[in-house]
Design a protein around this ligand. Structure first.
Ligand code: FES
Length: 142
C-alpha cells in the first residue's frame, strides 16, 4: 500500500484545521515546485503553544503532515516546536512515499515561520540560524 493507515486517517480526518483569529504567530510557506501553500496559526502563552490551527492548500500528504505536526506541538513549549523536523513528522505518520517527503517539509517550515512571526512581533531575540529555510523558495538573483 502506498500510504500508511495513519496517513489515511489524518488525511480523511485532519486535526486542527482552521484559523485562529487573534493568533500570536502566523506562518505561511509555499512549495515552489508544486505550488502548494500552508498556513499555521499559533496561540502562545508563556512560551507554550496553547492552540494551533492550520490551513493547507495542498496535496493529501501535506494535509496529513500538517495534521500530525500540529498534534505534535500542541501544548508544547516553543523550544520543542522549533526542533520538530519533517523526518519526525514523517515517522509519526508511519512513513511517507519518498516522492512525498517534501510535503512534510512544508509543515516543519510553516511552524518555524509562525514562531519567527511571534518573536518578531514581540521583539523577542532569537538565533537567526534556527530559521534558515531550505533553499527551494529563495531567490539568488543579485
Ligand atoms: Fe505539494 Fe505535496 S505535492 S505539498
Amino acid at each position: 500500500m502506498l500510504y500508511s493507515e495513519i496517513v489515511m486517517d489524518h488525511f480523511t480526518n485532519p486535526r486542527n484545521v482552521g484559523t485562529i483569529e487573534d493568533a500570536d504567530g502566523i506562518g505561511e510557506v509555499g512549495n515552489a515546485k508544486c505550488g502548494d501553500i500552508m498556513r499555521i496559526y499559533l496561540k502562545i502563552n508563556n512560551d507554550i503553544i496553547e492552540d494551533v490551527k492550520f490551513e493547507t492548500f495542498g496535496c493529501g500528504s501535506a494535509i496529513a503532515s500538517s495534521s500530525m505536526a500540529t498534534e505534535m506541538i500542541k501544548g508544547k513549549p516553543l523550544s520543542d516546536a522549533l526542533t520538530l523536523t519533517n523526518k519526525a513528522v514523517a515517522e509519526a505518520l508511519d512513513g511517507l512515499p519518498a516522492h512525498k517527503l517534501h510535503c512534510s517539509v512544508l509543515a516543519e517550515e510553516a511552524i518555524k515561520d509562525a514562531i519567527k512571526n511571534y518573536y518578531d512581533k514581540n521583539g523577542i531575540e532569537y538565533d537567526h540560524e534556527q530559521f534558515k529555510q531550505s533553499d527551494h523558495d529563495h531567490d539568488h538573483d543579485h
